[in-house]
Design a protein around this ligand. Structure first.
Ligand code: ZN
Length: 197
């Protein structure tokens, strides 16, 4: 799937499952879900990612900025949990998150960064650094892996086991990919419009 499809799917899945009732929670869903939807593909080589992935990350940056604006310039809701925790735990957890992504970017495509192991490490580190993003991130990450399973290239969900899984139903950039993007983008806007600002 293309980056924008993963981004839209991650946000939509987080909004649909977390069902945010406030603008702050909706912002956390958009940021955490979008991040979870994009992060697994840090393992794709630059040549494979191309322009599409860069556009998706830029889109996420714009969405994060817009979410924080909607949240009334109030980022306490995102940082509150971290600031409540005493000691070095939030900082260590943030370092673990970034470090895992950096190490993951060096691993083969659709292996460690598309596994349950990576999902657990990254979600746990977010839970201890930016707790409000943890659940939406986990949902976004799961949506990414679920969409990749539709492709023909195997996904090593059970890494370090070597087995790869795929349903072989579609390919990145194809009609199904575009259709999923449109459905998810429309659903995300629809779900966001129900949140009381
Ligand atoms: Zn992927």
């Amino acid at each position: 799937m293309t980056g924008k499809t993963h981004l839209a799917a991650g946000i939509t899945a987080a909004l649909a499952l977390v069902q945010p009732q406030t603008a702050s929670l909706a912002a956390a869903c958009v940021i955490g879900g979008g991040l979870g939807g994009l992060v697994p593909d840090v393992d794709a080589r630059a040549s494979e990612q191309g322009r599409d992935a860069r556009v998706a990350w830029l889109l996420l940056a714009a969405i994060v900025a817009a979410s924080l604006l909607v949240d009334g310039f109030s980022i306490q809701s995102l940082w509150a949990g971290a600031l409540d925790q005493a000691g070095p735990v939030p900082v260590i957890a943030a370092v673990v998150f970034v470090g895992t992504c950096m190490v993951g970017s060096l691993t083969p495509h659709r292996s460690f960064m598309h596994s349950i192991l990576a999902a657990v490490i990254l979600t746990a580190s977010l839970w201890h650094s930016l707790p409000s993003l943890a659940a939406p991130f986990a949902v976004g990450f799961a949506s990414h892996v679920a969409l990749d399973l539709l492709n023909s290239k195997g996904v090593r969900i059970l890494f370090p086991l070597k087995a790869g899984f795929s349903l072989g139903l579609c390919h990145s950039g194809g009609t199904i990919d575009h259709a999923i993007f449109l459905v998810c983008a429309f659903s995300a806007i629809s779900l966001l419009s129900r949140v009381a600002l």
